[in-house]
Ligand binder design. Structure first.
Ligand SMILES: *[C@@H]1O[C@H](CO)[C@@H](O)[C@H](O)[C@H]1NC(C)=O
Ligand SMILES: *[C@@H]1O[C@H](CO)[C@@H](O)[C@H](O)[C@H]1NC(C)=O
Ligand SMILES: *[C@@H]1O[C@H](CO)[C@@H](O)[C@H](O)[C@H]1NC(C)=O
Ligand SMILES: *[C@@H]1O[C@H](CO)[C@@H](O)[C@H](O)[C@H]1NC(C)=O
Ligand SMILES: *[C@@H]1O[C@H](CO)[C@@H](O)[C@H](O)[C@H]1NC(C)=O
Length: 145
């Protein structure tokens, strides 16, 4: 009995060691997976004004930023993408001529219309090809003169 339980005991210790290592890895990797967020500047945008959707908390320069009008990454909803390796912006079918993507992923809207209100989706393709998606609800207010 003693002899047969000894290897089992060793195995249990090994597992504990692996589990401990795994939980340490998760712990140490958490600061790098900071929550990416998008801030609307200014927070209250009237029709005709410009708005900037600022991307916060990026921990690296991703490969590509994609901005979509709507909740889904549907090809026909793509406003534009920015490829960081070349600094090239490619516009998509949903581009209105009033949007600019900056190198940091932020999106500038010029001459906002009421039609610009609604959900937007920012998809970020990281250097390791992981994708992050952030949903943004944008609201333009009628110009109350
Ligand atoms: C950045 O990420 C950290 C960790 O997730 C979070 O506490 C903080 O509020 C985030 N900052 C912004 C501006 O989103
Ligand atoms: C892209 O733009 C950044 C900032 O302006 C610059 O540092 C970098 O060299 C540019 N990269 C290319 C490939 O042009
Ligand atoms: C925004 O509106 C101004 C004034 O009407 C105009 O001069 C400008 O070209 C417009 N910009 C864009 C990007 O549509
Ligand atoms: C991103 O770039 C734009 C244009 O250069 C700048 O106005 C904005 O402050 C930058 N955003 C952040 C979060 O640094
Ligand atoms: C707003 O959208 C509606 C329906 O999609 C369209 O009929 C209208 O022309 C748009 N208005 C502007 C100012 O783009």
């Amino acid at each position: 009995m003693e002899l047969s339980s000894a290897p089992l005991h060793k195995g249990q210790l090994l597992w504990r060691g692996l589990l401990l290592a795994a939980s340490l890895l998760i712990y140490w990797s958490s600061p790098t997976t900071a929550q990416i967020s998008v801030e609307e500047v200014p927070p209250h945008v009237d029709e005709g004004e410009n708005a900037l959707l600022l991307v916060h908390n990026l921990t690296e320069t991703p490969r590509v930023f994609y901005w979509f009008k709507g909740k889904n990454e549907d090809k026909k909803n793509e406003i534009a993408r920015f490829i960081t390796s070349t600094n090239v912006t490619r516009t998509g079918p949903a581009y209105s001529g009033r949007e600019t993507i900056y190198r940091n992923g932020s999106l500038l809207f010029q001459n906002v219309t009421l039609n610009d209100s609604g959900p937007y989706m920012l998809k970020i393709s990281m250097q390791n090809y992981d994708a992050r998606k952030i949903l943004v609800l944008f609201h333009a207010h009628p110009n109350s003169l």
